[in-house]
Write a protein that binds this ligand. Structure first.
Ligand code: NDP
Length: 247
């Protein structure tokens, strides 16, 4: 991210951006931050109550009216994802940004001790749902004048680490999917595809992974939003196929 990047007040005005995992943690902060910079945000997660809270916060702050779509990304079928893309096209008419942020940690055990069900659940959500989201929404993203797809990686998606099992493998796959999609769109100057590794951030996921850690030692999700804004802002138009660190 350029050192001098400072998002303009309404840097994302006119854009419609879908955020997965918008009910909590980093996705929630991204939704609030994109809306504060003028974007119409589409909030996607399972927990309706938490989605409504984020929705209300955006409205109370005077942001563009958001949309909230309760949706379980772990569904093992393509149809719900196609239907989701149809709803977005019908009700919002466009999509300029897609932040694929939702994921689960799963068990942290040696591969030898890992449960098959858990392995499959982590890969289903963290990898397969990203494929289904990207696949079903690409036609809409292609129509946007300048579209940005952002995947979410992790340090253990770049160097494997004992006991991080399916989660680490899913993040390597995420980096790979980003590179494949970026390569497929490299001659399409109006779509960029990148990855962000948020780094240790004070969320429910981090607290679950490191129960003995003092939560305040890590930045809040709000404190790491600069790179998320940069990748959704058209000033990053030339960047594609890159993996960024938010910290
Ligand atoms: P949280 O666990 O705090 O939030 C996860 C979000 O994903 C929630 O909004 C949750 O909503 C949603 N989600 C989970 N399961 C599903 C599902 N089946 N369908 C739809 N939505 C779902 O995670 P973080 O904010 O910490 O993490 C965000 C991203 O950043 C993840 O990809 C994570 O791997 C990555 N990351 C985080 C780090 C950290 O230190 N926090 C470090 C490195 C990477 P709901 O329960 O309502 O469905």
């Amino acid at each position: 991210i350029p050192d001098d990047y400072k998002p303009a007040e309404k840097a994302l005005a006119g854009k419609t951006i879908l955020i997965t995992g918008a009910s909590d943690g980093i996705g929630r902060s991204a939704a609030l931050s994109f809306a504060a910079h003028g974007a119409t945000v589409v909030l996607l997660a399972r927990n309706v109550e938490k989605l409504e809270k984020v929705y209300d916060e955006i409205e109370a702050a005077g942001g563009p009216q958001p949309a909230a779509i309760p949706f379980d990304l772990s569904q093992d079928a393509e149809e719900p994802f196609i239907a989701l893309a149809d709803v977005i096209e019908d009700q919002l008419g466009r999509l300029d940004g897609l932040l694929l942020n939702a994921s689960i940690l799963g068990q942290r055990r040696a591969i030898e001790q890992s449960a098959w069900n858990d392995w499959r659940d982590v890969l289903q959500l963290n990898v397969n749902s990203q494929f289904l989201m990207a696949k079903s929404l690409m036609p809409l993203l292609r129509q946007a004048p300048s579209a940005s797809v952002v995947f979410t990686s992790s340090g253990v998606g770049r160097t494997g680490k004992a006991y991080w099992g399916a989660y680490a493998v899913s993040k390597f796959a995420t980096e790979g999917m980003m590179q494949v999609l970026a390569s497929e769109t490299e001659n399409t100057s109006d779509i960029r595809v990148n990855c962000i590794n948020p780094g240790a951030t004070n969320t429910a996921m981090r607290r679950a992974a490191y129960p003995a850690e003092e939560p305040d030692t890590n930045p809040s999700p709000d404190a790491i939003m600069r790179s998320y804004l940069y990748l959704m802002d058209d000033v990053s138009g030339e960047r594609s196929g890159c993996s960024f660190n938010a910290q």
